[in-house]
Design a protein. Structure first.
Length: 394
């Protein structure tokens, strides 16, 4: 057992059914918490999300369900719910994907769980939160992107708005939930008896709270922010020899040095071009010339040349290039589970004294049912055998 982890000794009951809550539990596990995932007979819904690997397993599930033990229980049975409540009674944290009302219908309402275990931190991660007009409405990354406003600025004017790629709303919400749980645990450390509390994380509010500067600009200007009319080097990545490249010009010396590298000495030496407002007003006078020069470069050659001059720029890496990226490799960003399995991205941050550990890949559904019921719910062997025999647990 690894003991130099930040959350060593913290016990987590994972009742997640979403990517966001599963990712929160994964982060808790990576930093040392002992996490038990309770799945129903159909298994965690994430296991049915594509894409799938050669063995038929969900790639997303392999990622977000890693580093924990799995038990399968029948949540519709009184014995199954009793086992979950027993596990909650001994836990420090409960992570779930249900609102207060939804959990109450399962016999796991938060108020009764806090009475059962006054020191527990309960974190509910849902699309719209446990209160408010939309609390009962379902949602996903697409609806969150739409309702938060993010889709309104993605894409080009005159074309449909676009959501952020992949499952960004879920990962952002899960990360915020992880941070809120750690904050609650720190607050509890200073209390005697331990201070339990309920954390209500709304995926919509997570994304809306990070919707800047567009939302902030709209609040000050009292008008919506439009999508870009076109993409050129002043607004986004443009083509180069072997892909795309983003050249950020935020300071006068970035402009001067970048234009010198591109062989556009007249633009580099004219002080008018050093101001962002002038470049914005006169973009049609330089954009085509600069992009023609950019198109003659390979992206990494241009990046290395500009980086030597401390000019901020970004080659657009394709997904297959990321795993071979020298910088990420040197930092040990990609890592495989210690018990074997494919490499995973992460961790998102590095701690010198209490680093993250990826101990194991995603468990099979119910792979650890007996030991979870023993270690978390405190059941003896006869009670475990009875549950297994009745198919309440398997």
């Amino acid at each position: 057992m690894i003991t130099n982890s930040a959350l060593h000794g913290i016990r987590v009951v994972d009742l997640s059914t979403s990517v966001s809550a599963a990712w929160c539990a994964r982060m808790l596990a990576d930093f040392g918490a002992d996490v038990a995932l309770f799945e129903d007979a159909d298994g965690h819904p994430v296991r049915r999300l594509g894409p799938f690997d050669d063995t038929g397993n969900s790639v997303i599930a392999e990622y977000v369900l890693a580093d924990r033990r799995s038990a399968i229980l029948e949540f519709k049975s009184s014995d199954g719910i009793s086992a979950v409540r027993a596990a909650v009674a001994s836990a420090d944290v409960l992570v779930c994907s249900g609102t207060q009302a939804e959990m109450e219908t399962c016999g796991l309402d938060f108020n009764s769980l806090l009475k059962l275990n006054p020191g527990i931190v309960i974190c509910s991660i849902t699309p719209h939160g446990s209160t408010g007009a939309r609390s009962k409405h379902p949602g996903n990354d697409l609806t969150t992107a739409a309702l938060s406003g993010w889709a309104s600025i993605n894409g080009l004017a005159g074309r449909p708005p676009l959501k952020p790629s992949g499952l960004q709303s879920s990962y952002c919400a899960g990360t915020v939930a992880y941070a809120s749980i750690v904050s609650a645990l720190l607050a509890s450390c200073n209390q005697n008896p331990l201070l339990g509390q309920f954390i209500d994380v709304s995926e919509l509010e997570v994304m809306t709270s990070t919707f800047g500067p567009a939302l902030l600009t709209s609040q000050y200007q009292r008008e919506p922010q439009p999508r870009k009319t076109k993409v050129d080097m002043s607004t986004g990545p443009v083509p180069v020899k072997d892909g795309h490249f983003a050249l950020t010009i935020s300071r006068p010396h970035f402009w001067r040095d970048a234009m010198n590298v591109l062989g556009l000495d007249d633009l580099a030496n004219d002080p008018r071009w050093g101001t962002s407002w002038y470049r914005k007003e006169h973009a049609d006078e330089y954009v085509d010339r600069a992009q023609e020069k950019l198109a003659q470069w390979n992206k990494m050659d241009l990046f290395d040349t500009l980086a030597a001059l401390r000019v901020i720029a970004g080659p657009v890496l394709e997904t297959d290039e990321l795993s071979e990226n020298v910088h990420l490799k040197e930092r040990g960003f990609f890592r495989a589970p210690e018990n074997s399995g494919p490499q995973h991205p992460g961790p998102a941050f590095q701690m010198s004294a209490t680093p993250a550990h990826l101990n194991q890949g995603a468990p099979g559904p119910g792979e650890h049912t007996a030991e979870v019921l023993r270690d978390f719910a405190g059941l003896d062997e006869s009670a475990i055998d009875a549950l297994l025999a009745s198919r309440v647990a398997r």
